[in-house]
Design a binder for this molecule. Structure first.
Ligand code: GDP
Length: 298
């Protein structure tokens, strides 16, 4: 005989109702409210957001019998309502080339995301140039070249240790000369010395503006969704050192259901332009608040 299949890990509401999920209804009492609050906090939604969401769900339900389905739908609706305003694709500017600065800590998925973005824009018939601006990490430059090859996009590099601002300047010059639609600029992700990184990013921006005073048109912060509450700290730090205009959340394909996205949306309101859902070149998807809410609620 075949072994019993593993039961799927229950979502938030499944855990709230436990084994009694098949029971038609259960009393929504103070204990259930507390359990709900606890589960939402554990999902990385952040305490403030979790308490507010739970209170909204309790409204009109406290003291009443509710079904798992009713709660599931109510919670999905609450989450989707928070997420809808931030679900916005990368805005396309009429200005060519559109200059996109990509920031984030090492390991967050910057290189991969740049490769995926380049590939998507190529597939849409746009011409793209990539600048390997993390000139201190030879491995990062090599990785970017591999992604550039996959996407069929030129990758501009500079000798190891050279000035990223000067590379950014050259890349914008080249993108302008060749009439490229999009310039994606990778940057260093060393937070060990924030003052240095801030100065480096500020210099890149200053130099870009010598060629195009409206550049950069977007500053994308790439965040690893599996880092939970850490993602919040990263937004706080990067907003201090760069003019972050939007987010890409990576690694949403794993076990992490990404409750931290709710906290981010509620707290910062920064648009989520795309989500990473795997390691392959096509694994970049638009952020869909309804799908996300359903997956989170389970
Ligand atoms: P960087 O240091 O910020 O440039 O990060 P990388 O782009 O090199 O990515 C770090 C690791 O995360 C690599 O092993 C990637 O394959 C992986 N990665 C990036 N994005 C995703 C994603 O959306 N899903 C998964 N599962 N892995 C990802």
């Amino acid at each position: 005989t075949l072994p019993e299949p593993e039961p799927a890990r229950p979502g938030l509401i499944g855990r709230l109702f436990g084994r009694g999920e098949d029971e038609p209804k259960r009393l929504f009492d103070d204990a259930m409210l507390e359990n709900l609050e606890e589960l939402l906090i554990q999902s990385d939604m952040g305490v403030d957001t979790a308490l507010r969401v739970a209170a909204n769900i309790a409204e009109g339900r406290l003291g009443r019998r509710v079904s798992a389905t009713e709660l599931r739908e109510a919670l999905a609706e609450e989450v989707a309502r928070i997420m809808e305003p931030v679900a916005r694709p990368l805005p396309i500017y009429p200005k060519r080339p559109q200059v996109v600065l990509v920031v984030g800590v090492n390991g967050s998925g910057k290189t991969t995301t740049i490769g995926k973005l380049a590939s998507q824009f190529r597939a849409a018939g746009k011409s793209v140039v990539i600048a390997a601006g993390d000139t201190f990490r030879a491995a990062a430059v090599e990785q970017l070249q591999i992604w550039g090859n996959r996407a069929g996009v030129p990758v501009l590099t500079a000798p190891e240790g050279s000035d990223p601002a000067s590379l950014a300047f050259d890349a914008l010059t080249k993108a302008q000369e060749t009439g490229a639609d999009l310039l994606l600029i990778d940057t260093a992700g060393r937070l060990q010395n924030r003052a240095d990184l801030m100065e480096e990013l500020a210099k890149i921006v200053r130099v870009l503006r010598k060629k195009d005073e409206t550049a950069p048109h977007n500053t994308l912060l790439v965040l690893d969704a599996t880092t939970g509450q850490n993602a919040i700290n990263q937004v706080e730090i990067f907003r201090k050192i760069a003019d972050v205009s939007g987010l890409v959340m990576t690694k949403l394909d794993g076990t992490a259901k990404g409750g931290v996205l709710v906290a981010l949306a509620d707290r910062f309101g920064l648009p989520i332009h795309a989500i990473g859902v795997g390691e392959q070149i096509d694994d970049l998807a638009p952020f869909d608040p309804q799908d996300f809410a359903r997956a989170l609620v389970g």
